[in-house]
Design a protein around this ligand. Sequence first.
Ligand SMILES: Cc1cc2nc3c(=O)[nH]c(=O)nc-3n(C[C@H](O)[C@H](O)[C@H](O)COP(=O)(O)OP(=O)(O)OC[C@H]3O[C@@H](n4cnc5c(N)ncnc54)[C@H](O)[C@@H]3O)c2cc1C
Length: 606
Amino acid sequence: MKDGKFVEQAKGMERPLTLSIDIKDNKIVQIKSQTNDMSTLEENTLNKMSNRIIKDQSISVDTVSGATVSSNGILDATQHAIKDAGGNIHDFEHQVQKSEETNDESDNYAKWIKKPSHIDKVENTDLVIVGSGISGLSAAVQAGYEDIKTIVLEKNGFVGGNGLGVEGMMGAQTAMQKKAGINFSKQEVVENELKTIQYQADGSFWVDLVNNTAENIDWLQKQGVQFDRVDDYHHTCPLPTFHWFKGGRGATGYVPFMEKKAKELGVDIRTSSPVIGLIYENKTVKGVYANIDDQVVQINAKAVIFASGGFGQDKKLVHRQGWNTKNMLFVGMKGSTGDAYKMAIAAGAKDAFDRSAPLITNYIQALPLGNGRDLLSGGPALWVNQDGVRFTDESITDRNAILQSQPFKFIKHGYLVFTRKMFAKYEANLQDLTEEQQKSMQGIDQFADQDEERALRILDRSVKENKGNSLYKADTLSELAEKVGLPVDDFVAQTKRYNQYCQNGEDEEYGKDRKFLVALDEDPYYIARLDQSYAISIGGIGENRHFEVIDDNWNKIPGLYAAGIDSAMQYKEIYTINLGGSCCAHCVNSGRHAVMNATEYIKSLD
Ligand SMILES: Cc1cc2nc3c(=O)[nH]c(=O)nc-3n(C[C@H](O)[C@H](O)[C@H](O)COP(=O)(O)OP(=O)(O)OC[C@H]3O[C@@H](n4cnc5c(N)ncnc54)[C@H](O)[C@@H]3O)c2cc1C
């Protein structure tokens, strides 16, 4: 890199800042503003960001909380300065491992079983359910039928959690399937799932689940839950297991009916009431501490069921799972920050974190989110890593939408390479979604119409805006490689090899299906960095087949149960999405059965 002072524009929340960035001896040595009258917020943000960048010599540092736009603007400006100095941005992209992210945090979780310094109020009940999503509501209604007093505590100001966005659930040999003339055996489901998961899971969890689905769906319908139809989820499942909630959303088919039923049955559901700790005494769970109406409330209970929806909103835990969180988009409902996992570990639960799975897909910052099955998630495009070479069969997403992100866990960066012609052909159904729609995942499935012109318009605009420096266009392959700092010769050689495979109809490196072999044979070319979009985590708390939380010796922790995706022992490292709706089916099943087993335990104490 050449030494010098580089003047760059940094995008800010209200206005751009002009920065002068000094580079000396291959190092960023100073970042200063040339804009006068900086606000306190601008000044603080610049100070913090320049300290972080200079200290770590990295543009992969954390942004300043509450000033994300300005922080990203400073990072982008620094990136431009590095490029202007003739440097390679990859040399400045290392993530500095912070001790808090890499350390096993279990020691810190002790606070989750510590009594708060003051208690405003004490209440007594039989059962507390933590969370009111799919599993929490199924537990709540089930508890309503048992002869026990139940309180559901929900952190958000509304019930439903991610369950509001859930489209449907798996069933085998259900009444709806019989009516539709669908017939397959339960063991086919189990066989399929275990094969997909490489026989890593304890299959008895699958057998139990599949055996219960028909009765569970029947039961849900009796509670008022409404389903539209049953099919193979957009032709993606080998068997038609997917039972669609009415309107294609838990918000319209499941949540309102289950909430109503639970209340009718006398269950006390309290929103805006986060559980902040577990009462764990004499190796037994005895209730929870919660913030309710600005008061710290101690709720003594004979049993507690965790149904808090995993840790998908906790960046540190997602990072610990092995993902690069730098450019990650966190979709899904706020609230699922792993509170139950932290409480369970503090109480000595078996830590199943290492085998937990994510619901994760690829996305390109500069483009609206795709529906996960076309060019933007791989398929007919070419994927290369930071070395400019391929690293997997790009069409894995065709087999399982979640597989698309899996190989990205083990590389520094992955890029999608395509031509304009390919984009027009494969992304003709790309929708112009607002950021809010993308984040809420709304509209992702509404890809009814085809419009090549619209797709190319979105592409041109996206290249121009180039959000997150993630999308570039060039007339030659070498130029394309230079734009993102890939080794030019290796990248060009790889592309030529790949084009040859396309011509011959045989992928000699990864055996990609012939139908996905589309040559990059016409400029302009495009390259996009593929980042990940994280929705939910699945699993983490060790439990047995009765949804009782267990310790390292497989002994149950008395009074503690886990339902929904807080536990989910069927998925090991990967969320299969093989037979559609299995996760929701597990949530309903575990919610109900955790209550049945907890009730037995509660009664045994009397
Ligand atoms: C957008 C989306 C669509 C999905 N679609 C499907 C599908 O169609 N089929 C399928 O099988 N699976 C689907 N899944 C996966 C899975 O079924 C859902 O994530 C489901 O909502 C999980 O249910 P749950 O009860 O475990 O968690 P959630 O439904 O998320 O509920 C957890 C609740 O606990 C609350 N909570 C968290 N911490 C606390 C605390 N400390 N105190 C009190 N409350 C707390 C949260 O606020 C939340 O309301 C989908 C997931 C997402 C994100």
